[in-house]
Design a protein around this ligand. Structure first.
Ligand code: RIB
Length: 288
């Protein structure tokens, strides 16, 4: 089968900082790097690294041609990334010595993905394929509707989180992933706990404490793999890309989640985003 990812593509400009600046504070960075990033691109690269057939659906400006070339080098099908008359999206990321981050997004081309690009891509999708999207692009609602109608397995990685955005697509989802705080925010907005959302599989990530799967077997806990964090940016995206790739390859949920936990843990030990996502061999060898 295959995964179709309606996803953001960002140029990540990452500043290492002694601490995340407070309002009004001016701070000198101790380092700066540029990476391919975006929650969408990170998930596509993770899925490719995890040996899935992954098609990215997105948009960049002329200044972002290099990002498309890089995705292709990493094994992502880029035929449905359209060049639009806008800047490629950018993320300004600050990372502190504990590996925590603060991110400012400039969405630009990510909000201008043409409907024809989405429709063209999904005309090639087959029943049973996965369709995933996040909250960094336009067309989420229409994608969810088309995906459900076509019999695709529709997955939403609810980041950056907005309870309204989740509610707009909820009825068409088969898979939802969000963190503990977001699950609580969604409960406050809908009055529903994960098992009552009407979504077959809901994953609630618990950061350094692991994850919970709410699905056919009830509530299942997936333990974390302890690591010393260097940079947590992109670890959640890596986790999601690996879970979907595992499910797409026919792994049972617990196995896909266990592999994803390893991938996410290994990612936290690395500085950077899409360019440093570990491949399957590295993940399998990690703490085995
Ligand atoms: O989740 C990490 C990602 O968030 C970064 O790559 C950045 O581009 C933002 O989208």
């Amino acid at each position: 089968m295959a995964i179709w990812n309606l996803g953001s593509i960002n140029v990540d400009v990452v500043y290492s900082v002694p601490h995340i600046p407070a309002p009004g504070e001016t701070l000198a960075s101790t380092g700066r790097d540029t990476f391919l990033g975006g929650k969408g691109a990170n998930m596509s690269v993770a899925a490719a690294r995890a040996a899935a057939r992954i098609n990215h659906i997105g948009a960049v400006g002329a200044d972002g041609r290099w990002t498309v070339e890089r995705l292709l080098e990493y094994g992502v099908d880029t035929r449905y990334i359209t060049e639009v008359d806008a800047e490629t999206a950018q993320a300004i990321i600050m990372v502190d010595p504990q590996g925590e981050n603060a991110i400012v997004l400039h969405p630009s081309a990510n909000h201008q993905i043409p409907l024809a690009t989405l429709e063209g891509a999904l005309s090639e999708a087959q029943k049973g394929d996965w369709l995933v999207f996040q909250n960094e692009t336009n067309l989420q609602q229409v994608a969810a509707r088309i995906g459900r109608k076509m019999g695709l397995r529709v997955a939403y990685a609810a980041a950056p989180f907005s309870a309204e955005a989740v509610q707009r697509v909820l009825e068409n989802l088969d898979f939802l992933i969000l963190n503990k705080v977001e699950a609580e925010q969604l409960r406050a907005a809908t009055g529903k706990v994960p098992q009552d959302l009407g979504v077959a599989d809901v994953i609630v990530t618990l950061g350094g404490a692991g994850a919970k799967w709410f699905g056919a077997k009830g509530e299942v806990y997936i333990p974390a793999i302890p690591v010393t964090p260097v940079d947590t940016t992109g670890a959640g995206d890596t986790f999601t890309g690996y879970v979907l790739a595992g499910l797409d390859r026919g792994l049972p949920m617990e196995q896909a989640l266990a592999l994803a936990s390893k991938a996410g843990a290994l990612m936290v030990t690395r500085h950077g985003t899409a360019d440093v996502i570990p491949d399957l061999a590295e993940v399998q060898a990690f703490r085995s």
